[in-house]
Design a protein around this ligand. Structure first.
Ligand code: NAD
Length: 287
């Protein structure tokens, strides 16, 4: 198989677990953890946090080079084994092939993190059907495919496990800026809660993670609907500045994910604005 050798050089990113490390080692040491969107940002930090806990890591992304980089870092940080896998999570047949391949090569993942996602900004009326399709294909269908395929593997194995889906604070915060993105994330939140109810009798946990602004590359790649290329660049740079200023590190989201699996938490609003948004949505739905 395509196992990566640990490279000798290069600086390691900051570790995530801190005081959680002993409990995380105890639970995840030697377990198999599969993370999508693992080449960059939050997914990379999640893969490395489980590596720190001694898990075997499958780093999945459409970016093959980035996935290989995360697999290599996983080995250096403490994973006994780590492998990259390349897939577009929105491609159903490719996801089926991935699930068959990972089962064959590595076994059933004890923890599956459906995290790959893309950003899309722009008003509702400026968002075209193609824009909607693209964001729903990746952010919603990517998670549906992962949950269906790996949920089935976990149920058939019959030894418990956990599925984590990356939603967002946007899932419970109506806004004029992100209608399609927020809709995709609200759907991820709801499907996670439905699946949680269905899998609980099998001893399988499901958690939805809801970060607010986290300092990652997503601001540089998110599209802004209905604006010129030049304006697109200006808006991307503006949001990248905002996220940098906010400076919330992906390692803190990774820590929240590990904690959510340890404690089997259903919905995890990670940042303070996400916690505020969750509270607000409960107090005044539709505000
Ligand atoms: P990122 O751009 O740094 O990472 C996203 C990763 O997903 C990339 O490696 C990318 O190659 C991969 N990816 C995108 N589309 C894919 C596809 N179709 N198939 C396979 N891989 C694909 O962004 P991030 O901020 O780390 O985002 C990770 C998740 O966190 C996303 O679901 C995002 O919506 C969510 N999120 C991010 C923030 C934030 O502020 N950064 C806040 C809330 C939720």
């Amino acid at each position: 198989t395509g196992a990566v050798r640990a490279g000798a050089s290069g600086r390691l990113p900051p570790t995530a677990l801190g005081k959680l490390l002993p409990a995380a080692r105890e639970r995840f040491g030697g377990q198999l953890v599969l993370v999508t969107g693992a080449a960059s940002g939050i997914g990379k930090a999640i893969a490395l946090a489980f590596a720190e806990a001694g898990a075997r890591v499958v780093a999945v992304d459409r970016d093959a080079e980035g996935a290989a980089g995360t697999a290599e870092l996983s080995l250096r940080i403490g994973a006994p084994e780590a492998w990259p896998e390349t897939v577009d999570v929105s491609d159903g047949p490719a996801m089926e092939a991935l699930a068959a391949r990972t089962l064959d090569r590595y076994g059933v993942p004890d923890v599956v993190v459906n995290n790959a996602g893309i950003g899309l900004a722009g008003s509702f009326l400026d968002t075209t059907p193609e824009d909607w399709k693209q964001v729903l294909d990746v952010n919603l269908w990517g998670v549906i495919h992962g949950c269906r395929l790996y949920g089935r593997q976990l149920v058939e194995r019959g030894e418990g496990g956990h599925i984590v889906n990356t939603a967002s604070a946007a899932a419970f915060l109506p806004s004029r800026a992100l209608p399609a993105y927020s809709t995709s994330k609200a759907a991820v939140l709801m499907l996670s809660e439905c699946l949680r109810a269905e899998l609980a009798p099998h001893g399988i946990g499901v958690s939805a993670i809801c970060p607010g602004l986290v300092n990652t590359a997503i601001t540089g790649s998110a599209r802004h609907a209905g604006v010129s290329d030049k304006e697109q660049e200006r808006r991307r740079a503006k949001s990248a500045r905002l996220y940098r200023l906010r400076n919330y590190p992906p390692e803190k989201v990774a820590r929240a994910v590990v904690k959510a699996v340890l404690r089997d938490t259903a919905v995890v609003p990670v940042t303070s604005e996400a916690r505020g948004a969750r509270l607000l949505s409960r107090l005044s739905p539709g505000a």
